[in-house]
Design a protein around this ligand. Structure first.
Ligand code: AKG
Ligand code: FE2
Length: 283
């Protein structure tokens, strides 16, 4: 496996994984089948709609009567027994099987990267993985952004960092739209075909006591073309107390973040106010 660090400026770098073991054909199938799902008639997609109690399924993040900047299919992949299988599309055929296989592959990548990150800090290789607790989560969000011309110009996906520990992002093969923030300026992330981008989420920033910083990013839709992306959010067990790893806290390096459960739950309330949830857990 190879981690290719793509430097956008001298101090901002976007890790993209290549030689990750998934074939070009497999990634092609995943992207194509996801796109086919979003191209189904609305009433077909709405068979899998999310509800107010279960976020799994098809939906948008905006109220029904406004034109959304993105549509999404949100599916919990792990823990396996928490899958809402009635929201896993039966059409296109094989979608479920492919998603299952993709989940297993991304889990391997995740464990490899989490171990490498721990080793890079001279920690035991399982330090981050142990910090996740037993029922760590993987949630897939497949995003479809219609062409810009179809949506309100002002609506760029709000800037955010991910609530996850790590996010593994399979980007569109053709449409560049992801931007990351550094020092007040936005930088476009270039496409490396078939690479999987690793996004540092808030919970790795917390566990590493600020050594790894979560990345603020946003999407600027394309004028002519729709765009597909698959974001796999890998996060600790919701019931696990997550805080700076004790190996990283010393007299000289006090904890910089509070320890808390269910970080994700508090995310939404800050996000909708335009605040960064991570700022609320800083000591
Ligand atoms: O579509 C993308 O490339 C990124 C999506 C994203 O940031 C998210 O779903 O959290
Ligand atoms: Fe994100």
């Amino acid at each position: 496996m190879m981690l290719c660090f793509y430097f956008l400026t001298y101090n901002i770098c976007v890790p993209q994984l290549v030689n990750h073991g998934m074939s070009i054909e497999f990634l092609g199938k995943i992207r194509d089948i996801s796109k086919q799902f979003f191209e189904l008639p609305l009433e077909e997609k709405e068979k899998y709609s999310k509800t107010s109690i279960n976020p799994d399924g098809y939906g948008t993040d905006y109220p029904k009567n406004t034109s959304p900047i993105s549509y999404r299919l949100f599916l919990k992949i792990y823990p396996e027994e928490e899958r809402s299988l009635d929201r896993w599309p039966k059409d296109p055929q094989n979608f479920g099987e492919l998603l299952n296989e993709y989940g297993m592959e991304v889990q391997k990548l995740h464990d490899f990267i989490a171990r490498a990150m721990a080793q890079s800090l001279n920690l035991e290789e399982d330090s981050f993985l142990n910090g996740y607790g037993v029922n760590s989560e993987m949630v897939l969000r497949i995003n479809y952004y219609p062409p810009f011309a179809d949506v309100d110009r002002a609506r760029v996906m709000t800037r955010h960092s991910d609530a996850s520990a790590l996010t593994f992002l399979l980007k569109d093969r053709e449409v560049e739209a992801l931007e990351v923030l550094n020092d007040g300026s936005w930088f476009k992330v270039p496409i490396i075909p078939h690479a999987i981008m690793v996004i540092i989420g808030d919970q790795i920033e917390i566990m590493s006591n600020g050594i790894f910083k979560s990345v603020e990013h946003r999407i600027r839709p394309n004028l002519e073309k729709g765009r597909i992306s698959l974001a796999m959010f890998c996060s600790p067990d919701l019931e696990k107390e997550v805080g700076p790893l004790k190996e990283l806290v010393t007299e000289d390096c006090p904890p910089l973040y509070k320890t808390m459960k269910r970080y994700k739950d508090s995310f939404e309330q800050y996000y909708i106010k335009g605040l960064r949830p991570i700022s609320a857990v800083k000591i």
